[in-house]
Design a binder for this molecule. Structure first.
Ligand code: SAH
Length: 355
């Protein structure tokens, strides 16, 4: 099926030749008019996918308490920047703020910042968290001590793909034949240099991915923490140790679909390479913890006890719901293992809880 964005992309390819996966992905997600994240309903039961904060309030509560603990260990700086990358509907921040409200002084000290490019989602976020400040990127954030979260943000950042062909690494680009997108192998862009050397020994026909934006944003977060103090939690699904493979995927109506079928209509993501993020962070001088499996992390922070406490006040239907939310977030066969948590923090902070 054609979409307005498909017409634009086909024209672009006709004029300037095949485009990188990164260019394709960035336009599908972030095109200011036809990009996926400009859609009204992306998350939740009636959207295309559901994220942890949309499954349960307990997710944000645990993360909020982790941040509150770090704030206390930092010596309760005021002001402190409470920063979220890619806040979606604003649910996670709203849940975190509720959970931290009993921590004396924290709410008053916190200046809330959202990094969000979608104008549509900014509107939803404003309903949940009216006193936030919005930024297109981290570049406009003020200096100072920072507590940072990013849930399912890094998987939306554009990747490049390379394929080994006759012993050489070539870049996979998106081309078109008539109205259909096709893939072509072309000389690699300079981004090939970002792929870890050990992966380049992968056999003929292997596909490697790299996400330059994820590496640079992780580096920026780490520099901010090294310079101004603080801590960050990066939560996403992906590799503990990066490996060859094609993880470029699209979701529509909670089912996988062809990422090239209806550009702008489906969510497109790629697995996050946690080892590469970890490396990028360490190079900027922060301490890192994990990645831990999401289930282990949340249980270590006390989500089991929180579920019990909530259940105690509920009727049997409510109790069933809480139990099922707990399972979805923590069980291995659900989000518990595929999703991982990486923490970055200033070298002087005591060990991060949950790892
Ligand atoms: N964290 C939310 C939403 C995840 S979806 C949740 O867990 O429910 C990804 C979010 O990141 C959306 O808000 C999207 O608009 C935003 N986003 C994606 N790429 C971005 C970019 N390059 N810069 C800023 N925001 C981006």
């Amino acid at each position: 099926m054609s979409t307005p964005l498909k017409t634009i992309l086909l024209e672009q390819i006709a004029t300037s030749g095949p485009i990188t996966f990164a260019d394709y992905m960035a336009q599908c997600l972030m095109h200011p008019e036809h990009g996926y994240y400009q859609k009204e309903r992306v998350f939740g039961q009636d959207g295309d996918f559901i994220t942890a904060p949309e499954i349960s309030q307990m997710f944000g509560e645990m993360l909020g308490l982790w941040l509150a603990d770090r704030w206390i260990k930092m010596g309760k700086p005021s002001p402190v920047h409470l920063i979220e990358f890619g806040p979606g509907r604003g649910t996670l921040m709203a849940d975190m703020l509720r959970a931290i409200s009993p921590v004396e002084g924290f709410t008053d000290a916190a200046n809330i910042h959202f990094i969000e490019t979608s104008r549509q989602l900014r509107k939803l976020q404003k309903e949940q968290v009216p006193n936030a400040k919005w930024h297109d990127s981290a570049a406009s954030l003020p200096d100072g001590p920072s507590l940072i979260v990013a849930n399912e943000f890094f998987d939306a950042l554009p990747i490049h793909q390379f394929e080994k062909h006759k012993g050489e690494w070539l870049e996979r680009r998106v081309n078109a034949e008539g109205e259909t997108f096709t893939l072509v192998l072309t000389p690699p862009s300079a981004k090939l240099a970002l792929i870890p050397e050990k992966l380049k020994n992968s056999p003929e026909g292997s596909i490697l991915e790299v996400c330059p934006a994820a590496l640079s944003i992780t580096g920026d977060i780490a520099s901010r923490i090294s310079d101004g103090g603080g801590a960050a939690l990066i939560i996403d699904y992906g590799y503990r140790t990066s490996a060859a493979g094609d993880t470029f995927q699209a979701l529509m109506g909670h089912a996988f679909t062809d990422p090239f079928a209806e550009p702008g209509k489906a969510d497109i993501t790629a697995h996050v390479a946690f080892d590469q993020l970890n490396q990028a962070a360490k190079e900027k001088g922060v301490a890192t913890f994990g990645p831990a499996a999401q289930g282990m992390f949340l249980m270590a922070l006390g989500m089991g006890a929180r579920a019990q406490q909530l259940s105690n006040t509920m009727d049997p239907i409510g109790q069933q719901r809480i139990l099922s939310e707990l399972k979805r977030l923590t069980a291995s066969e659900a989000m518990g293992t595929l999703f991982k948590v990486l923490a970055l923090q200033h070298q002087e902070l005591p060990e991060a809880p949950g790892f």
